[in-house]
Design a protein around this ligand. Structure first.
Ligand SMILES: *Cc1c(COP(=O)(O)O)cnc(C)c1O
Length: 371
């Protein structure tokens, strides 16, 4: 027997990230051709034509390494947000920035505060650094910011505030964030993950970039091109914070965290506001359609500020999930989010939504005990 090669101890604590099932896999496993994926909050309208054109124009430059510092794209993002270019760090998805933040700041036994039933990537990146994850309970379906502030100790290094929260779709309000920020000491990093920023319509939604503009040393705001911009496959996101907060991320970074195609696409996407507007309109209509259908089927759901809805299907959620798969509809089961009786369903096109509802109704009628 060869000696066991011991893995890094932080990894023992990790519950691996379970992505949405790929369409190709479901086609293979179930012998289906027509499969709809409503599992990863991707944009159902596809890729913006302006982004496709820009990428086509750049195909012949893919022999060249990308700009490691993403100089042009960072400047465009900064201009767009009204911050300084030094306050923007572009990453390999928002996930890439989360990883860089954890690698740059966490040491053994530092504490990281996250909410129960929030985005699992925080736990993974923090565990890699052997930090201790402190979980606060939900308040209703949403984050309990008071509990998060109360959980701060002198070992706390980062608090991840997912707003809107994935997978529940809820927001924390401006008032809640202001009270929270008054309590959190300045040596604790507050990461506001705003992956769904452009979907939110509520007047209560806080403008957390204001903290960065005011020079708060401990706030980083995360955004992504994966969701409303329709570029999940390219892996592009960014963090906005004081240059001093970002400096360790530049230092610990991979040499070329953002590929050349993603940088080209990002610049084109920023200038294509029409695509975002269309996406919002389709999403809004789809969300209200799904609410109505869930109500008709007697299913409870969490009102959402995003492009997905968390719906309660009961203790046999797994059977419902598999029943939907057999009918060619992929959604996201939620045991990994500690919500085993729920499914998270991405809002699709009207056709996709109708297909989901028909499949869901058929599955529920097949095994009425479910709900
Ligand atoms: C999708 C998502 C991300 C990941 O964004 P990428 O840019 O694709 O890495 C980050 N945070 C939340 C809450 C998300 O839902």
């Amino acid at each position: 027997m060869p000696p066991t090669i011991r893995q890094q101890r932080g990894l023992d604590a990790i519950r691996p990230y379970v992505p949405g099932k790929p369409i190709e896999e479901v086609q293979r496993e179930y012998g289906l051709t027509d499969v709809v994926k409503l599992a990863s909050n991707e944009n159902p309208l596809g890729v913006s034509p302006a982004v496709i054109a820009a990428m086509q124009g750049a195909l012949g430059e893919m022999n060249l390494y990308p700009d490691a510092a993403a100089y042009s794209l960072s400047r465009e993002i900064a201009g767009f947000l009204g911050v300084a270019p030094e306050q923007v760090r572009v990453g390999n998805g928002a996930d890439g920035i989360i990883r860089e933040l954890c690698v740059s700041y966490l040491e053994d036994n530092d504490e990281v505060i996250v909410s129960r039933s929030s985005f699992p990537v925080y736990d993974i990146s923090a565990s890699v650094m052997r930090a201790k994850i402190v979980k606060t309970p939900l308040k209703g379906y949403g984050l309990d910011l008071q509990a998060m502030a109360a959980a701060v100790t002198d070992r706390t290094k980062i608090i991840f505030v997912c707003n809107p929260n994935n997978p529940t779709g809820t927001i924390v309000t401006r008032g809640e964030v202001e009270a929270f920020m008054r309590q959190v000491p300045e040596q604790v990093i507050v990461a506001f993950d705003e992956a769904y920023y452009d979907f939110v319509e509520s007047d209560e939604y806080p403008e957390t970039l204001g903290y960065v503009r005011q020079g708060r040393p401990n706030v980083i705001v995360l955004r992504t091109f994966s969701k409303i911009y329709g570029m999940a496959g390219l892996r592009l996101g960014y963090g906005v914070a004081q240059p001093e907060l970002l400096a360790p991320l530049h230092r610990s970074s991979e040499s070329f965290p953002v590929n050349r195609m993603a940088q080209v696409a990002g610049q084109a996407a920023l200038n294509d506001r029409e695509f975002l507007r269309e996406t919002v309109v389709v999403n809004q209509a789809g969300r209200h359609y799904l609410y109505g259908e869930f109500e008709r089927l007697g299913l409870r759901y969490a009102p959402s500020h995003t492009n997905f809805v968390l719906v309660h299907v009961g203790p046999r959620a797994d059977d419902v999930f598999h029943g939907l798969l057999r009918r060619g509809v992929i959604v996201r089961p939620c045991h990994n989010y500690d919500l085993p009786e729920f499914l998270r369903i991405t809002i699709g096109t009207p056709e996709q939504n109708a297909r989901l509802v028909a499949a869901l109704e058929a599955v529920l009628r097949e095994s009425p005990a479910v709900w």
